[in-house]
Design a protein around this ligand. Structure first.
Ligand code: NDP
Length: 246
């Protein structure tokens, strides 16, 4: 039997990048996977169709993570449609990279809404339904522990907040047999952080492995945490960064 057979998962921001890789991997492990998207409806529908055509089960849901009510509704839609929720992966995220003097308060609102408030909102909606053995997996960043350089202050702050939420929630939900963890990727080749950019040339020599990772690398770790094999890991930050933070 596949290791996530009979499990229902919801992945936020599953239309592209790391989120899409997680959707594919969870579906390949046998889970039914709902996932949200915002600005990439075609990519989201194509991904769902690809999985459904290959014998898996996936459903794309339009939900802007900047809108906490839309995130709550996506959790509720998943449960209404599939009857349960076992695995919540809070993946949707944005990056605001600019010098601190150029920031304004709207930048704060924008990044915190998607990177932090949406994680809180989805978790809040999910905990009423997650069974014993349930999982919350938050996608943070290795930058929560290593700011790397200037111009990332808001992003670093938001991802440190994600892990704070993880730690507190792990304590709140432990007695229910639900685990909560942060997966902290380092440089992963996506639209957010392409491996063929000037930034990549700056980052590569700072990594032990000197190469970008892939969404599939991150998805493998998420699938492990989601499975029974991950049952004794909670409140942890698992960094997957090619040794960037070593
Ligand atoms: P991408 O920008 O490549 O993809 C972002 C995904 O999130 C898309 O599916 C996008 O969907 C979705 N998304 C963004 N904003 C919203 C929103 N307002 N509402 C709903 N969905 C949204 O990013 P990555 O795949 O690289 O990043 C995924 C996660 O991994 C993020 O949390 C990021 O911070 C984290 N991360 C990435 C690293 C990297 O090097 N790539 C390193 C460390 C962490 P749509 O297009 O439909 O709006």
């Amino acid at each position: 039997m596949k290791k996530l057979a009979n499990k229902i998962a919801l992945v936020t921001g599953g239309s592209r990048g790391i989120g899409a890789a997680i959707v594919k991997r969870l579906a390949a492990e046998g889970a039914t996977v709902a996932f949200t998207y915002h600005s990439s409806p075609e990519k989201a529908e194509a991904l769902a169709q690809e999985i459904n055509a290959n014998g898996g089960k996936a459903q794309a849901i339009a939900a802007n993570s900047a809108d906490a009510l839309a995130v709550t509704a996506a959790v509720e839609q998943t449960i209404a449609q599939f009857g349960a929720l076992d695995i919540l992966v809070n993946n949707a995220g944005i990056y605001v990279g600019k010098a601190f003097e150029e920031h304004n308060l709207q930048d704060y609102e924008d990044i915190m809404a998607v990177n932090v408030r949406a994680v809180y909102a989805a978790s809040l909606a999910a905990v009423k339904h997650l069974p014993a053995g349930g999982r919350i997996i938050n996608i943070g960043s290795n930058m929560a522990e290593n700011a790397v350089g200037p111009a990332g202050t808001l992003y670093v702050m938001s991802k440190a907040a994600v892990h704070g939420l993880t730690r507190g929630l792990a304590r709140d939900l432990g007695s229910k047999g639900i685990t909560v963890n942060t997966v902290q990727p380092g440089p992963i080749d996506t639209d957010m952080n392409p491996a063929n950019s000037e930034l990549a040339d700056f980052l590569r020599p700072r990594m032990a492995l000197s190469e970008y990772g892939t969404g599939a690398d991150v998805a493998g770790l998420v699938a492990f945490l989601a499975s029974n094999e991950g049952q004794y890991i909670t409140g942890a930050a698992l960094t997957i960064d090619g040794g960037f933070n070593a």
